[in-house]
Ligand binder design. Structure first.
Ligand code: SAM
Length: 211
């Protein structure tokens, strides 16, 4: 598959937001995977990366990005930088992106890739993204790209009103992609479909010994 075939497949699967499709078209996914995976970079599936982690499936990246309904000037927090692909896509859709990863090695690799692509609106943090950040900053949107057993309280506290959180929630083997919308102090919850992510490992998620 090439990028045009992938974009057509994303359209067929229901992705309608042209800003999201343009963002995906502008980020070379092959730069975000190990060399052995590069022939498969435009296939619509997750692929293995270093540290036993994965680059998310393009459809899921598109679906999660679309669900955030970004206009271009928002601040977004991403939990689970991984290879940096989702952060790169978000950098085209929002004003500023902060992304946190528990593996320093992955964070450094991601930072190098985004620097090469001259993306300068992404801040990289290393640590446990299941707990509240040490900064007072509140975000317009929070996207969690690893699966949690439940919504960590930290995310509700770090969200502006209005704001949106998207997160896979469920068991280790299969989860529901959940959208939490906050408006005028009221929360609305929407189930966006099934998915399968690697685990969110941290104080308010799965415990490290089960990694
Ligand atoms: N966003 C990535 C992309 O662009 O393809 C996909 C992320 S990968 C599916 C999930 C990442 O979450 C892994 O790199 C994993 O190490 C990271 N992770 C797991 N638990 C974490 C935590 N508590 N804090 C930060 N990152 C975490």
């Amino acid at each position: 598959m090439n990028i045009d075939q992938l974009l057509n497949e994303l359209r067929r699967e229901g992705i309608r937001d042209e800003r999201v499709l343009d963002a995906i078209a502008s980020i070379p996914r092959e730069l975000f995977v190990p060399e052995a995976q590069q022939p498969y970079a435009y296939e619509n599936r997750a692929l293995p990366i270093d540290c036993g982690q994965t680059i998310s499936q393009p459809y899921i990246v598109a679906l999660m990005s679309e669900a955030l309904k970004l206009q271009g000037d928002e601040s977004v927090l991403e939990i689970g930088t991984g290879c940096g692909y989702q952060a790169a896509v978000l950098s085209r859709l929002a004003g500023r992106v902060t992304t946190i990863e528990r593996w320093e090695e992955l964070s450094q690799q991601a930072q190098k890739r985004l620097t090469e692509l001259e993306i300068d609106n992404v801040t990289f943090l290393v640590g446990d993204g299941s707990v509240e950040l040490s900064t007072e900053e509140r975000f317009d949107a929070i996207i969690v790209t690893a699966a949690a057993p439940a919504l960590p309280d930290a995310y509700r506290k770090q969200l502006k009103d209005p704001g949106r959180i998207i997160i896979p929630i469920g068991e280790e083997s299969t989860q529901s992609l959940m959208l939490y919308q906050l408006k005028n102090g009221e929360w609305k919850t929407t189930h966006l479909g099934g998915c399968r992510f690697v685990k969110l490992i941290g104080k308010n998620a799965w415990q490290p010994f089960a990694d």
